[in-house]
Design a protein around this ligand. Structure first.
Ligand code: SF4
Length: 63
């Protein structure tokens, strides 16, 4: 099953950590993280970003 990262904007504080780990997937705009390339992470499948988000705002959901 294909999965894609989804950011909960109620939780996201715009810290930028996810974009540092996966810049091809996440972009910070207006103090929130936006998914710009859900299948673009070819290094960690966004696991590093998910594990490092301080407010656990990123989830992998079925496409
Ligand atoms: S790491 Fe979490 S809180 Fe920080 S910008 Fe990304 S989604 Fe938002």
């Amino acid at each position: 099953m294909l999965k894609e990262p989804v950011v909960d904007h109620e939780l996201c504080i715009g810290c930028g950590v996810c974009a540092e780990f996966c810049p091809e997937v996440f972009e910070i705009r207006d103090d929130k993280s936006w998914v710009i390339g859900s299948d673009k992470c070819d290094t960690c499948d966004c696991e590093e970003a998910i594990a490092s988000c301080p407010v656990e705002a990123i989830e992998m959901l079925d496409k």
